[in-house]
Design a protein around this ligand. Structure first.
Ligand SMILES: Cc1cc2nc3c(=O)[nH]c(=O)nc-3n(C[C@H](O)[C@H](O)[C@H](O)COP(=O)(O)OP(=O)(O)OC[C@H]3O[C@@H](n4cnc5c(N)ncnc54)[C@H](O)[C@@H]3O)c2cc1C
Length: 456
């Protein structure tokens, strides 16, 4: 018997080996790799027992395993490595339980976040992390990347909503990291070790999430400024005023223009910046907070603002913001989305640096991001077939990362490290901490078979 015969015994028909099928799994949302590597096959396990059997086969034949959900990550976290099996979780997409009393949900990894929230909505419950592509991306992908999104300012990242995981380790052992319980200080926090581990420490087969009651209402304000600096100063004025918006998101002039060209929705494209502020909670409180916000915006120099009064107006503003990435892809063949976080009091310096480097290297950029958290997502537009442009972009990226690190920033707040930022990790974190991470990886995956070539 060879490895394929053994896999067939476990997976039956849930196995792909045809070249034309394998090509689909050679890519993810990150840019095309220099070298296209096809997996040896793709498997679709139905439960943790099958995952465990597959892991044992990979061990026996010295093959690597690439866990993959929808492949929408921006960091090459699901790119195949040599001699790999891609493990796709599309057969594990059930919501197992929603428990209103305990405020928990137990789900399989491939449950799509938007679908989960539709079910939670019916019970007035809420899972706040929103990787801005929630119609597609999965809970498993969000857990493995510790994804965030526009609401992290108030609600935190995915890690704040994971209370227990079932994980298949690299030798096939199945563990539960904790219990399905809201509060737990019993032993090491293994749950958080696996959250954000990008499939490199274990394969997540079941997830217990903490839920919160759904806010009664939410309203969005879109404020415009004729100077980017005025807009960024306004962020601090909002935060220091004592209330807690769920979202404070920035769109610079290029972003506003690009969205408006792609999807006309009456954005003011002659303004240098727009700030999307969402307030949520009890409707009466929001009405009051909207009045205070209005005053802050006027005092801070906002030239015009729109406060949504209906669900439709809310949706329109959100639709515009969510279409930014798709809009950017209309302008150039390649869009590189960065995910840098800087201390809030350095945002202006960082944004100025992005503009300076964009000019210096002649690479167009759209600047947007979750500025409430200091999380900036510049979208660089280029054509990677153009070798000179590619080289200019590489230089730009090196300088941008070095600058971010010099002001105590980090290279990812929510998209992860994957394969595309791995080489920068030694410059970005404490050396002793990196050594410890390597030891943890070695301990949990001695043969380095799990998502080989990513993160560590
Ligand atoms: C247009 C757009 C906007 C975005 N905006 C945001 C944003 O605002 N905030 C944000 O946080 N992110 C954002 N993202 C990125 C987002 O984090 C990812 O798209 C999403 O979380 C990945 O989900 P996925 O289901 O596609 O997982 P994949 O991309 O398939 O996988 C992601 C990682 O999880 C691992 N993995 C998947 N399933 C498992 C499993 N069962 N066990 C172990 N490891 C597993 C994979 O190996 C990989 O390392 C955006 C992406 C796009 C395309």
């Amino acid at each position: 018997m060879n490895f394929l015969d053994e896999l067939k015994k476990v997976c039956g028909k849930n196995l792909l080996t045809k070249k034309e099928d394998l090509y689909v799994y050679a890519y993810d949302t990150s840019l095309n790799p220099e070298k296209i590597i096809l997996p040896l096959c793709v498997v679709f396990p139905k439960n943790s027992k099958e995952i465990s059997e597959i892991v044992k086969i990979a061990n026996k034949y010295n093959l690597t395993l690439i866990p993959r959900a929808q492949g929408t990550n921006h960091c090459g976290a699901t790119r195949p490595s040599e001699n790999c099996i891609v493990m796709h979780f599309s057969k594990m997409n059930k919501i197992i339980e929603i428990n209103k009393e305990n405020l928990t949900a137990i789900v399989e990894p491939n449950v799509v976040i938007g679908e989960l929230n539709k079910e939670l909505d019916k019970l007035n419950l809420f899972f706040p992390p929103d990787p801005s592509n929630l119609a597609v991306s999965t809970v498993g992908g969000a857990v493995a990347l510790n994804a965030g999104g526009p609401r992290t300012f108030k609600y935190g990242n995915t890690k704040d909503y994971v209370i227990n995981l079932e994980v298949v380790l690299a030798d096939g052992t199945i563990i539960e990291t904790a219990k399905n319980i809201a509060k737990n200080a019993t032993g090491y926090n293994l749950t958080n070790l696996f959250v954000g581990s990008e499939g490199t420490l274990g394969i997540i087969s079941k997830i217990t999430l903490k839920l919160i009651p759904k806010p009664q209402a939410s309203f969005v304000t879109l404020a415009y400024f004729d100077k980017l600096e005025t807009c960024l100063n306004c962020v601090n004025n909002i935060i220091s005023s004592g209330f807690m918006p769920s979202t404070i998101d920035l769109m610079d002039n290029q972003t506003l223009k690009t969205i408006e060209n792609f999807n006309p929705c009456n954005l003011l494209t002659d303004m240098e910046a727009g700030l999307l502020i969402e307030l949520d909670g009890f409707e009466k409180c929001i009405q009051e907070e909207m009045m205070i916000l209005k005053e802050i915006l006027e005092k801070s120099g906002s030239k015009k603002y729109i406060q949504a009064k209906t669900k439709e107006e809310n949706e329109n503003i959100w639709r515009a913001r969510r279409s930014a990435f798709s809009a950017a892809t209309q302008l150039k063949p390649n869009v590189i989305t960065e995910d840098i976080v800087v201390p809030r009091n350095k945002i202006i310096d960082f944004v100025n640096k992005i503009r300076e480097l964009s000019k210096k290297y002649d690479i167009q950029v759209l600047i947007m991001g979750h500025v409430g958290d200091g999380n900036i997502h510049p979208h660089f537009l280029l054509d990677l077939e153009n070798k000179r442009e590619k080289m200019r972009h590489e230089k730009l990226r090196n300088e941008l990362y070095a600058y971010a690190i010099s002001i105590n920033g980090v290279l990812s707040g929510e998209h992860g490290i994957g394969n595309t930022k791995k080489k920068f990790l030694p410059d970005a974190i404490d050396k002793n901490a990196l050594d410890l991470m390597k030891k943890i990886k070695n301990l949990l995956d001695e043969k380095n078979i799990l998502n080989t070539g990513k993160t560590i």
